[in-house]
Each structure stands twice: as structure tokens, then as C-alpha cells.
Design a protein around this ligand. Sequence first.
Ligand SMILES: *[C@@H]1O[C@H](CO)[C@@H](O)[C@H](O)[C@H]1NC(C)=O
Length: 399
Amino acid sequence: MGRKSFYLLILGVLVAYYIYTPLPDNVEEPWKIMCVNAFLKTFSHLATFVELLGFNHCMDSFKFFLSFEEVPPTSDETVTVTDSTFNNIPVRVYVPKRKSEALRRAIFYIHGGGWCLGSAALRIYDQLSRWTADRLDAVVISTNYRLAPKYHFPVHFEDVYNSLKWFLRKKVLAKYGVNPQRIGVSGDSAGGNLAAAVVQQLLDDPDVKIKLKIQCLIYPALQPLDLASPSYQENSHFPILPKALIVRLWSEYFTTDRSLEKAMHSNQHVPVESSHLLQFANWSSLLPERFKKGHVYKSPTYGSSELAKKYPGFLDVRAAPLLAEDNKLRGLPPTYVMTCQYDVLRDDGLMSVTRLQNAGVQVTLNHVEDGFHGVLAFLIFKIKKRELNPYISWLNENL
Ligand SMILES: *[C@@H]1O[C@H](CO)[C@@H](O)[C@H](O)[C@H]1NC(C)=O
């Protein structure tokens, strides 16, 4: 074998390793998924390597890379876009341009990115908010919040909560022409986590008189107690959000100390004193039969109390909204939950549907059989266009 063919062989093996990923038959545009995944995988390996050398936290490398995807606030023919601050928290505001006699509906949107990444200015979120404002003739507030690894829980939660409370004041609503009876909160992934958490917290806040009309949780992360549910087991190596990444992101929300990540990875982080919380995230009792198929429920192995004492956040209902008691859930507004079959977070969303239904909350589940984590964020997939429609239609009917 000549030297050239040897190099070609090496190149072929590398390309195959980075690009080829076995995917289920029903996913659309598998090659596109593989290419996006190859890109993310390559970048993540580079970022991890840089981190190993001791230069840069890997999430900071990701952040730097994503900063090129941020766009300035630019109005178009239909929507006026401005950056502002609510209670010192930067937000981006979308107000439709067409004349309106009546007060408008409003969506308070919380972006995803695993508590470490993302911003309202990211092209994907800018487009989504613009589109929502235009299609619904609604005001959209897309909030930012401080991120890990620099900031840990509860900073993210508090930023979003303070920003939302600022918005829900009479004076601010009047300024944007918003109908106080028609306001909803929505978020995807880590944003869905924050959406569920702030909406629950609002129920007990004596300062806020306004009742939200709806909430939307788009492939949300709702609990870090059991990281071995069927969806975690089935999709642990699925593109975009493999288990290793979500475990890293969850743990970074609470601490940069990698011992929590290690314990979470083997699902041995919940201390025995907190065992009563496991009933709220028990997939054996909360998942519909068809999602349990082929899996046997194992009670988790209890972890060290030291870890939970040091980082109590992961057992806190403000970080894990699925841990709320039933009587808390009863007060929640009609809820839209979107879940994807090929997503480690699928069971979080499905378990929340069962819990909300048991508590008598009106829930609409849109389970996407051929979906994967992040489908509404990636512009290049056809599935995005398809799945935006049911979300917007639901908002149109229920908000
Ligand atoms: C989870 O639910 C199953 C079945 O309903 C039950 O047998 C098990 O004890 C529960 N485990 C925990 C930790 O709540």
C-alpha cells in the first residue's frame, strides 16, 4: 500500500468515525443529522482537549463559538425589535408593527442551552421570537439570564424570575400594549426547565396579581434525580444531546466541581434522606406503558449526603420543577408539552404530563415520533417547520 492510500484510509476511518451514526429508520434527513452531529462532535472534542490542557473551560469555548451566531436587534417590515433591560436583566422585545385596536397577547420566552449557553440574540431564537410575534400578532419578550460556569443555581432562576416579575407590572404591560389576561410563558430545553420553575414560583408570590394564561414546555429538562430513565438509556448516544453532555450540563448548573457530574453519571447522587422525592420522578409509575417497554425499574443507589449538602440545588424544586407537590401543580395554567422520541429528556416531559393530568391541569402533549432534541432550534431541518405549526396553533387557540 502506497503512502497516499494509507493516508486516504486514515482519513476515511476518521470521517466514518465522526460522521457515520446509526439512526432509526423513521428519522427524516438522516445525513443532515449526521453532518450536524459530526460538526458538534468535532467541536466538542476540540473544546474538551483545550480544557484538558488547562486553557479554557469547555463551555467557554462553546460560548465563544456561538457568539458568532448572535445577531443585533433588527426590525423588519412586520416586527419592531429592540434590546432593553428588565430589572437589570437584558431582554429582547418584539412588538408587531400592524395597528391593533385591542391590547395584545404576550409570550415571555426563555431560551435553551443547558444553563451554560445561548442568548436571546442567537439567530435561532431571534427568528423564533420574530416569527411568534408576527404569526400571533403578540408581543414577545425573550429574556436572557446569567450562565454557568461563571454563575450557578439559583442565579439563572432568579434572573428569569426577576425579569418576568418586572414585565408583569401594570406599567410595563401598558407600555407594550399587553392584555394582562393573555400572557404566557414558554421555553425550550433548559429554558423549559426555567419556564416550569418560574411559573410554579409565581403561584405563591403575593406581589404578583396577574395569573398566567398558559405555559409551554418544549422538550424540557425537569429533574436531575433519575438520569437513567428509559429515554436516557435508549438515547444515551443519540446525536445533539448525548447523555454525557446533558449530565455535564446539569452538573454545571450547580457546580464546576466534577465530582457531582461523576456521581450523576452513575445515577448515584441522591442521598437516602431525599428518597421521598423519588416518587415525583419515578418513571415506573409515571410513564405510559409503551415507553417503559423493555425496561426494568431499579430503585436508585443512594449517594453521599456530603455531595447533596454541598450542592443542595439539584434537589431544589426551583431547579427540578417535577419535584413539586400535587397541590402546587393544581394551580398551574393550561400547559403545552412537546417531547421527542429520540431525546434523553423525553421521559421528563412525559412524566410531567402524567403528573399534571393527575393534578387536574389541562395538558396538551405533542409527542414527535421522529423528533430529536433541539428540533425547533436547528434551522436546516424540515422537521422544524413541521413542528412549529402545532405549537403556534396551540398558542393561537389557547393564549
Ligand atoms: C416506583 O414505582 C414503582 C411502581 O409503581 C414502585 O414499586 C417503587 O417502589 C417506586 N420507587 C420509588 C423509589 O418511589
